[in-house]
Design a protein. Structure first.
Length: 291
């Protein structure tokens, strides 16, 4: 009888231990913030292409990207005939999930080296909004709408995009992220306005087509694929509506991501971002991507 009682107690203890272990693993997984590698303007994405990946509430990204000289959006002769020399560009950004599915992105583009006209000023400032129309499920991708607020003057990284993203597990460690979308070539610009003019925020609006310019960001079909290893690093390829770009990334200490790539098999781009959650882990995990 004593032996049977001992065996019964051992079985209960073993089952309890397994349940505690599984509960602990589940809590650890839910405590991990839903972060993402970001594109050149600070949105969840590849190199230049944004994705529809929906981040947890309160997720905050801050970082920097380098745009090479031959593919500068603003400070090169192809983009602006007033300029006589080419300038590579630095892009600084912050991105915050302010509400479930709703992100706010602020980026600042500055040239490297001298420019031939006007005052350098602060740089080209832009505000973008991303809203997740659909969260990802087993039978459907996530879908997001991204739009640039048309209050800036001559913005360079205007992003008016609808995009879908699906994650596919190849193995326990390897995951594919497939993205496809369309970037609207038309955008609202504040024409013939200057930052030093005494004008209102709601003046000078005109409708433009990016394709009329020799250098522009995202206009037409876009897409790409990223292969990640345990979400700690990976490689990617994308079509940014004009060029085929290849790159890779790695994440250190769960928060700091470094990436680099080659644009159009020609010049290097690179960047880094740091991400964390501004909310408690329980709240921030409540809107993670559905598996």
């Amino acid at each position: 009888m004593a032996l049977r009682l001992h065996s019964f107690c051992s079985l209960l203890a073993s089952r309890a231990a397994r349940r505690v272990l599984l509960w602990g693993l589940g809590m650890a997984a839910s405590a991990a913030p839903s972060l993402a590698q970001v594109n050149i303007s600070g949105k969840a994405g590849l190199l230049y292409v944004p994705t529809a990946t929906i981040l947890s509430d309160g997720t905050f990204h801050a970082g920097y990207s380098y745009n090479p000289v031959n593919y500068a959006f603003r400070f090169n002769p192809d983009a602006n005939p007033v300029i006589r020399t080419r300038n590579s560009e630095n892009i600084f950004f912050v991105n915050l999930v302010v509400l479930p599915r709703l992100e706010l992105n602020v980026n600042l583009l500055r040239p490297n080296g001298p420019i031939q006209y006007g005052a350098r000023g602060i740089g080209d400032r832009q505000i973008d909004v991303k809203y997740g129309l659909l969260t990802e499920r087993a039978d459907r991708p996530s879908v997001a709408l991204i739009a640039s607020i048309p209050l800036g003057i001559d913005n360079s990284l205007v992003t008016n995009v609808i995009v879908a993203t699906k994650h596919v597990a190849v193995s326990s460690a390897i995951e594919l992220e497939l993205t496809a979308g369309y970037a609207c070539p038309y955008y609202v610009d504040r024409a013939d306005m200057r930052n030093d003019q005494n004008s209102t925020l709601f003046s000078g609006f005109v409708l433009r087509d990016k394709r009329d310019m020799k250098s522009y960001y995202l206009a037409g079909p876009i897409g790409g694929v990223k292969a990640s290893l345990s979400r700690k690093g990976g490689v990617m390829a994308e079509w940014d509506s004009q060029h085929l770009n290849l790159g890779g990334y790695t994440t250190f200490f769960k928060h700091w991501t470094v990436q680099a790539g080659v644009v159009n098999f020609d010049q290097l781009t690179f960047g880094a971002s740091y991400a964390f959650s501004l909310l408690s882990t329980k709240h921030s995990a409540s809107h993670d991507k559905a598996k």
